[in-house]
Design a binder for this molecule. Sequence first.
Ligand code: PMP
Length: 362
Amino acid sequence: MTKRAYNFNAGPAALPLSVLQTAAEQMTNFEGTGMSVMEMSHRSENYERLNNETQQLFKTLFGIPEGYKVLFLQGGASTQFAMIPMNLLPAGKTAAYVVHGAWGTKAFKEAKLFGDAATIASTKESGFKSVPDMKNLKLPDNAAYLHVTTNETIEGVQMTEFPDTGDVPLIADMSSDILSRPLDVSKFGLIYAGAQKNLGPSGVTVVIAKDELVDKSPEHLATMLRYDTHASNNSLYNTPPSFSVYIMNLVLRWIESEGGLAGIEKRNAEKTDLIYRAIDESDGFYIGHAEPAYRSRMNITFRLRTEEAEKAFLKAASAAGFVGLKGHRSVGGCRASTYNAVPYEACAALAQFMEDFRRQSQ
Ligand code: PMP
């Protein structure tokens, strides 16, 4: 077998090797059908079972209570930025946003296209290195919902506390940290995530929402952009991204086999500690972006002292087989994305490489 890359891509990102191997084995004959899932009717019994089983796996793994739907949509998390206000922001109400990075900023901008929206807390002034204080949020009296981004992928800043919003639905973009740790889903009205980081390939977007939020959309909304269309058709209103749902099914089973979310959380902490330690013990050679209390377990962002040093680091890392370490084009620097499927060994190898590179440069 050819060697697997040390893949730190931000998304699409590394998938578990065993998932890829199972998919390869089943590529020409899924469950005795003589075809791959890609070639199968989405109205077939096999696919319907896969669709239902994948929803059920989500419910079990994430501990989703009764009264929630699990939807498999398309258009990425970016389409959710619009669908949320289109469906859930009526005239006379205000959509409230907490912003601590580029994706929350985008979600807020999109909401303003559809109605009244307000950023009620932001860490923009201090450079998106932390999350606003969740205990002292002041919601507008007429709040339609509160939107948060649980992990800001570009800045590498992650929430560990979630606000108590009472009757106001809490909506979370979990694109880059869904199923990376146990969470109390009942706190949230709606959770959404593009699949291409922790769940599988791109192409499917998961929406987990309370029935009352997805059962009735405004009358004059386009059919495909209504939550109630997808909720009442079991995510099979039109042709679903069937292959992406299938791989996601395998990824969810893999998470189960790794000890569920508690097991995954422990592993994520252990493997990211290695890299954060390499930053902290470097005497300022590597400079972490996020304040330590808000450091992400999914995206580790750091700089070197000069752009030349960063260029040299990235070049040497690439030559040593590390992929995807360049920071997002909007902020520069370096970023190691360490999603669930990135192995401990890859993180250990990166930490060692960082230490070696520092020694050789000094
Ligand atoms: N939200 C977050 C937190 C993200 O990381 C991303 C993608 N990197 C998006 C939204 C946009 O997702 P998509 O490309 O699926 O539209």
